[in-house]
Design a protein around this ligand. Structure first.
Ligand code: ATP
Length: 428
């Protein structure tokens, strides 16, 4: 594949942050566009951020970019990296480095290196292409062996035999790129995946790093396809034997998920936990309150360091779907008040999963909940009951619940007076 580096720099000029990056690169030598940015530009796509490599004084380049972009820099000294964020662009900066792995799965020891060494430490050949942005050699392309032909063929290939053993998170990255780019895995790389899994490579990585890669996969535009690829490669099972992904259930659940407040990432995550939650008899109840403590699914999400609100919501969704009652009862004949009693307080992802687990009729009932029933409310509040003489305390809630059940089942219209009367007269 013939790559025109000047075309890459021209395209860069049209991207947000590109002109500023090129201007800084012209002032300081040794600034190159690398990684996902070059890959995506050569594929005709828009890179998510501008991956930039600096062979010279990183701090000077960071300062110049911060000034030109009116941005902020987050610098990680240990890895010689910096992220420059501005309202217009994100620039990921790395100092050219060489790496060695003190132990399989551990974070690498990093030292300053050359551009060639930096390309050689990368995960896949298609990410190991660099285009010089400034100086005499501007537009010059440098790439590791096979990189350009692999990019043209749509192929993911590791750079060396020990790649997955040194850093098994690359196995998870492989699944993510396969799904996002629609690329194939080069046959020998596929053999190395199998060998790494047989050798138990993923067990050498900390749960926090596995969690970070899972979050990246779940943040993809199509999280279910990234996770499905992980399942197909046997990665999920290697992470935890009880993790399971059922693509057909998840696809049906995603179709039920409301666009406004549904979270596809958490639905996919919850679906992975179904088997773990089934064995945890109290999970549905505890999950529903969002405060599940203990239990293997809770432990796993905590070890993966999911933020507590996401962890609790995924757990609640899994608990609802696997916990039984709602999944078992969802049917077109189910009354709205029963639907309310079982589904209220659970996240939409849980109801969508419960619907998908039960087949077409359950899906219909789940859709009814998600699009209509959950929005039904009363025209009166507890204040109205207090004003009518009901004493402060649990009786207020019970009377409101009774009136809501009547309203849900069509036995009460939306007039305030009728609702107040029904609440006051309800047998509780
Ligand atoms: P995205 O489009 O998701 O941002 P990216 O390819 O830019 O994808 P990043 O996670 O931003 O991915 O990483 C930037 C570059 O750093 C990658 O292209 C890759 O070359 C390199 N890289 C990241 N993680 C690893 C790793 N674990 N091992 C080797 N190289 C890595």
């Amino acid at each position: 594949m013939d790559v025109d580096g000047t075309a890459v720099t021209q395209r860069l000029r049209e991207l947000p942050g590109g002109p500023e990056l090129l201007a800084v690169a012209a002032d300081y030598g040794g600034v190159e566009l690398v990684g996902g940015a070059v890959r995506d530009i050569l594929l005709g796509a828009v890179p998510r951020e501008l991956d930039t490599l600096v062979e010279s004084d990183v701090q000077a380049v960071v300062d110049a970019l911060v000034e030109r972009l009116d941005g902020e820099a987050t610098v990680h000294e240990r890895f010689g990296t910096a992220l420059i964020s501005s309202p217009v662009a994100q620039i990921d900066l790395v100092r050219a480095r060489a790496e060695s792995y003190p132990a399989p799965g551990a974070l690498p020891d990093v030292r300053p290196g050359t551009l060639e060494q930096d390309l050689a430490r990368r995960d896949f050949t298609v990410n190991a292409i660099a285009v010089a942005l400034g100086g005499d050699g501007a537009g010059q392309v440098r790439a590791t062996a096979h990189a350009l032909e692999d990019l043209q063929a749509g192929r993911l290939r590791v750079l060396h035999e020990r790649s997955f053993i040194d850093d098994p998170t690359r196995l998870l990255r492989l699944a993510r790129y396969t799904s996002r780019l629609g690329f194939e895995i080069e046959p020998h790389t596929a053999e190395l995946v199998a060998q790494a899994l047989t050798a138990g490579a993923l067990s050498t990585v900390s749960a926090a790093r596995v969690g970070a890669e899972l979050r990246l996969a779940l943040a993809e535009p199509e999280p279910s396809s990234a996770i499905e690829e992980m399942a197909r490669l046997g990665l999920l099972q290697a992470i935890h034997p009880a993790l399971d992904f059922d693509g057909s259930v998840v696809r049906r659940a995603l179709r039920l998920l409301p666009a406004d407040d549904g979270r596809a990432d958490l639905l996919v995550l919850a679906s992975l936990l179904l088997e773990l939650v089934v064995g945890d008899s109290g999970a549905a109840r505890r999950g529903r309150s969002g405060s599940a403590r203990g239990g293997p699914a809770f432990q796993l999400l905590s070890d993966w360091q999911f933020p507590a609100p996401d962890r609790d919501r995924a757990l609640a969704a899994a608990g609802t779907a696997a916990g039984g009652e709602l999944t078992a009862e969802l049917s077109p004949e189910m009354s709205d008040s029963r639907l309310y009693a079982l589904a209220d307080g659970t996240p939409p992802e849980g109801v969508a999963l419960a619907g998908a687990l039960g087949g077409a009729e359950s899906e219909q009932a789940a859709a009814r909940w998600l699009t209509e029933t959950r929005y039904v409310s009363l025209a009166i509040t507890g204040e109205d009951l207090l004003a009518a003489g009901v004493p402060q305390g649990p009786e207020i809630g019970l009377r409101l619940d009774a009136a809501l059940a009547m309203r849900l089942d069509g036995r009460l219209d939306d007039g305030r007076d009728a609702q107040l009367r029904a609440a006051l007269e309800a047998c509780i």
